[in-house]
Design a protein around this ligand. Structure first.
Ligand SMILES: *[C@@H]1O[C@H](CO)[C@@H](O)[C@H](O)[C@H]1NC(C)=O
Ligand SMILES: *[C@@H]1O[C@H](CO)[C@@H](O)[C@H](O)[C@H]1NC(C)=O
Ligand SMILES: *[C@@H]1O[C@H](CO)[C@@H](O)[C@H](O)[C@H]1NC(C)=O
Ligand SMILES: *[C@@H]1O[C@H](CO)[C@@H](O)[C@H](O)[C@H]1NC(C)=O
Length: 958
């Protein structure tokens, strides 16, 4: 099929044009690192919980890409039974490390000792190398093993055409001020997952390469780019999980490795020629070698253990699980309002309406366009939404338009300048880049007054009329359209030329928004920001830019602009299309070290600000850029995807990745963002995305409309899928409560639940919601059936969600399912007990005001189990909650509850599947009840109940 793209139309949120399949530009990293001397260990001191030692450079410095650090310290801590921390840093403490204010270090259990740990640290003193084993299986292949001196330093085949990745052979430990390298052996062809946000052509299982080949280069450099394939993009998450299957025992174990380092980096997965191992290799532009190992041994346990280090995901408000609608190109408040009305007229549930940058005046944050989005009309519109239990979310771009002259009273800029909250040039002057508003400055999230200033800006915007329920953070890699501080030292009052950017070679900066007119692009006319900001005279104290005894990264002698090693950034130069690496933050931090933290820190600051602006309510934030731990503050969307079938498929791996990354509230631009979608694609996609956490249809400016009411078939498909979603809200919400409490991922790859079935290890065209719901979407055009694998190898019973029929699934291989347009296959696992809303309504609030129903799918032995977490769905911090526990045995279902939240709605209906014979009587709480029984589905339904879930009950059948 042919998918036309709209000529000249561009991308929201403003990424820059490029072909999704174009290879990264070539780099030259010629240096034979195998000549580097490595280190030797001395001054060892061991304690019950670990060890400390020094590492000395073991020979003449090689100075491969910087200056070798002669004196290192290694600290090994057995922090919990399942977590081992290995930190190799410069003894002088001058390398950058992530400040505690950005990501606090986890607490170690005080009682843990080396002997209790699941993991064991082993080492050779000279040349220094270490390896990690499992205490329970000391002779199995180590989980991590840096003893690679026996591997020949032979050339590695290029990973992509034109890529001269051949010189960097050899795998010694290298620790230089601007280059760190560490490699570890993996089993040949290892099952590796994660490593960072990526659209991987290999799928969720990363490519480790074959004989002499590099399979994966994951580059840690946050980048504003329209969803490219196999290249660095918005978010950075240096964690991987490896899953090992032992075919002797038919069992598996997973472990995780997290690199706590924010510097620019390449992480490679490769297989040397003629070797019997594959490798993971870290190449870092700075910082320290700071590794956390998680022992698992299940995939879910690895992820939970990771959350103990970086924090569990923020609590989402219940309304956040409703359907969201957005596009770039709603030209006025009235057009936005009309879309809301059309959704209602089509009876397609709409929970949250969004506006993109169309809302702004002169593309400036915290403004409204006085002609098309007058602030008072926005207020009225948002009040209308609220009266209907609906919500509004606006976009916030990272850069702040710079006031161009002394009558340009743009308060967010003026107050920010006064409070010293913007990023600087090395000489202390303002760093000035260019984004949509023309010349812009950038918030410095390290500066002491930034939180206060940002909070006031959001508060004033809300007071002006934009009474948002949540915030959408865009362009926060951070994106800048010109190189370096292009506005410094020039007359910026004439903004008319600002978008005539030359296309930098190798930097495909070619497109600007359709209709972007340089005559009106710059700040012009009055900016309608409330001019009465009142900043406190007492600024918040600078105090806590703690460096935890390790360096701030302000060491001298560093090449700030062009580090000697070139990482595989898709834009080549580190400063291209973003803040330059010499941009300077409060506390002396440089952009070279902190670039990857911008999105995380903006999300954190916005989260804290919303706690003030929307007191008592959970901050709802969606951020494009992220770093490890961003899930504590925000959710994420997968950025500027394409309206293409393959991108619908890629959305599944993106959603699964972010479960590992502890940002479970994630979704994709449903129906696709760039280019024109079509009816069939949008139909399938509206159905698929209804089973993913963040459910938003978003479209680019100038493309064909793609709201779900545009086509009747899509409207029907959407209503069907949204009804299932809203019925399942108690289940979704309980899964997210578990994520917020202990880091358990709500959406799961199949092998996370069935880890001993190797045929599942690469499956990413299907996924599970929690333990119990399996989704098998159609991901290709022109078909009316779909193939899916049903885990459990015949021992697990899967029932159709809609008909409750038992699926006759093939064991360990694909089963073909009917999938006419408008139908998405959903199956329920046996042994499940799922609390549901009985009657999905137009909004989440109306849905939750109705009664509950219960679906129990008994396993062959009659067993079923489930819990539901119920609270008010909005309080921050979360208030009282009640957990309803449902437990089934052969002919009884027990419902009990504990907790202080009073559940008003009653349980009205129970459906029990797996009841093999028509019972003579059904008793609920000891009283005889009417029931129906369907032998073909082994289905017992008792309805007309009025069970008080606070008290619980028992249902029995005889
Ligand atoms: C698989 O398990 C067996 C039995 O425990 C063990 O001897 C063997 O070393 C394991 N294989 C690997 C590759 O770890
Ligand atoms: C929106 O429509 C109302 C009613 O027709 C009208 O009064 C108002 O001026 C319109 N607003 C804009 C911004 O066009
Ligand atoms: C740009 O805007 C100016 C002022 O509104 C207008 O006169 C001009 O026609 C526009 N140019 C284009 C190409 O739309
Ligand atoms: C000052 O800047 C504003 C906003 O860009 C513009 O409307 C105004 O014309 C400028 N004034 C002068 C004197 O240039």
């Amino acid at each position: 099929m042919f998918y036309p793209l709209v000529a000249g139309a561009i991308l929201v949120g403003g990424a820059l044009g490029s072909d999704p399949a174009s290879p990264p530009p070539p780099v030259d990293n010629s240096f034979n690192v195998s000549t580097c001397p490595g280190y030797s260990l001395h001054s060892l001191s061991e304690t019950d919980s670990g060890l400390t030692a020094r590492l000395n450079l073991a020979g003449p410095a090689c100075n491969a890409f910087g200056v070798d650090v002669v004196d290192l310290t290694i600290e090994v801590n057995y922090e919990t039974e399942t977590r081992l921390h290995v930190h190799i840093f410069d003894t002088a403490d001058s390398q950058f490390t992530i400040p505690e204010t950005v990501i606090p270090r986890p607490n170690a259990s005080s009682s843990n000792t080396a002997s209790k740990s699941d993991l064991v640290f082993n080492y050779d003193p000279s040349p220094f190398a270490f390896w990690i084993t499992r205490r329970s299986a000391p002779y199995n292949t180590p989980l991590f093993d840096t003893r690679l001196s026996s591997l020949p330093a032979t050339p590695i085949a290029p990973v992509m055409a034109g890529d001269p990745l051949t010189a960097l052979d050899g795998f010694p430990l290298v620790f230089e001020n601007q280059y760190l390298q560490l490699a570890s052996a993996l089993p040949l062809g290892a099952n590796v997952y994660g490593l960072g946000e990526v659209i991987a052509s290999s799928g969720i299982r990363r490519d480790v390469g074959t004989d002499g080949g590099v399979g994966t280069i994951q580059t840690n450099w946050a980048r504003d780019i329209q969803d490219p394939i196999n290249q660095n993009m918005y978010g950075i998450h240096p964690i991987y999980m490896e899953h090992r299957f032992n075919s002797t025992t038919d069992t598996s174990q997973s472990h995780g490795v997290f690199l706590f380092n924010a510097n620019g980096a390449d992480i490679l997965l490769l297989t040397p020629p003629n070797a019997n191992v594959s490798l993971v290799e870290y190449r870092l532009l700075g910082g320290t070698l700071d590794l956390y190992f998680f022992s698992g041994p299940t995939p879910l346990a690895v992820m939970e253990q990771y959350s103990e280090v970086i924090g569990t995901p923020t609590w989402q408000p219940l309304w956040g699980f409703g359907f969201h609608l957005c596009r770039w190109g709603y030209t006025s408040v009235n057009e936005t309002r009309e879309v809301v009305a059309k959704m209602r007229a089509a009876d397609i549930p709409l929970e949250v309406m969004w506006n993109d940058i169309d809302l702004y005046h002169a593309f400036r944050d915290f403004t409204t366009d006085p002609i098309h989005f007058p602030a008072d009309e926005m207020r009225d519109f948002i009040h209308e939404l609220r009266q209907n239990n609906q919500h509004f979310i606006p976009i916030v771009d990272a850069a702040i338009g710079k006031a161009t002259n002394n009558t340009d009273f743009y308060d967010p800029y003026l107050k920010g300048a006064e409070l010293d909250v913007f990023i600087k040039n090395p000489d202390g002057t303002e760093y000035i880049g260019q984004v949509w508003p023309g010349y812009t400055v950038f918030p410095d999230w390290f500066a002491p007054n930034t939180l206060h200033w940002w909070t006031e800006a959001l508060k004033n915007w809300s007071a002006l009329g934009v009474e948002f329920s949540g915030i959408w953070l865009d362009m926060n890699e951070a994106s800048s359209f010109c190189d370096y501080s292009c506005g410094t030292g020039i007359d910026i009052s004439n903004t008319s030329m600002q978008f005539l950017l030359p296309g930098d070679p190798g930097n495909p900066i070619t497109d600007y928004p359709e209709g972007y007119n340089s005559t009106i692009s710059g700040p012009s006319g009055n900016v309608t920001v409330n001019g009465t900001l009142t900043y406190g005279a007492t600024a918040s104290p600078l105090s806590t830019l703690s460096k935890r005894g390790i360096g701030a990264g302000n060491q001298t002698g560093v090449d700030l602009n062009t580090p000697p090693y070139t990482i595989y950034n898709g834009f080549t130069g580190l400063s291209n299309h973003t803040l330059a690496t010499n941009a300077t933050h409060a506390g002396g931090y440089r952009e070279l070290d902190t670039h990857n933290l911008f999105g995380l820190m903006e999300a954190m600051t916005t989260h804290k600000a919303l706690k003030t602006v929307l007191q008592g309510q959970r901050p709802f934030i969606i951020s494009r850029s992220a770093f490890a731990s961003a899930g504590k503050w925000a959710g994420h969307w997968l950025g500027d995807n394409y309206s293409l079938w393959e991108y619908m498929y890629y959305s599944i791996q993106g959603i699964l990745q972010h479960q590992m990354f502890q940002i479970p509230f994630v979704g994709t631009d449903t129906c696709g963002f760039q280019g024109n979608t079509d009816e069939e694609l949008c139909n399938r996609w509206m159905q698929l995305a209804a089973f993913t956490p963040f459910y938003r249809n978003h479209n680019q400016r100038g493309a064909m409309s793609q709201e779900p009411f545009v086509w009747d078939s899509v409207a029907n498909a959407s209503r069907t899928a949204i009804a299932v979603r809203y019925a399942m809200l108690p289940y979704w919400y309980s899964l997210f409560a578990n994520a917020s409490m202990q880091g358990t991922p709500p959406v799961r790859a199949l092998f996370w639940e069935f880890p001993d079935e190797p045929e599942l290890f690469a499956v990413d065209r299907q996924f599970l919601i929690g333990r119990d719901i399996l989704v098998t979407p159609v991901l290709t055009p022109n078909v009316s059936s779909v193939d899916g694998i049903f885990p459990g190898r015949g021992k697990t019973v899967w029932r159709d969600w809609y008909t409750h029929e038992v699926l006759n699934a093939t064991s360990g291989a694909n089963t073909t399912l009917a999938a006419p347009l408008g139908h998405i296959n959903v199956h329920v696992r046996d042994g499940a007990a799922i609390l549901l809303h009985q009657t999905p309504a137009y909004t989440v609030e109306e849905t939750r005001q109705g009664d509950f129903s219960l679906l129990v799918t008994q396993s062959v032995d009659g067993h079923a189990f489930g819990t539901a977490f119920i609270d008010d769905g909005v309080s921050d911090p979360p208030g009282p909650s009640t957990i309803v526990t449902i437990q089934a045995s052969m002919d009884t279902v027990n419902i009990s509850s504990s907790g202080a939240f009073h559940i008003v709605q009653k349980l009205a209906e129970m459906t029990i599947l797996g009841v093999t014979q028509r019972p003579a009587a059904v008793l609920v709480g000891g009283q005889v009840k009417n029931f129906t029984y369907a032998a073909s589905q082994q289905k017992l339904v008792a309805s007309g109940l009025s069970v008080d879930l606070n008290l619980g009950t028992t249902i029995e059948w005889k």
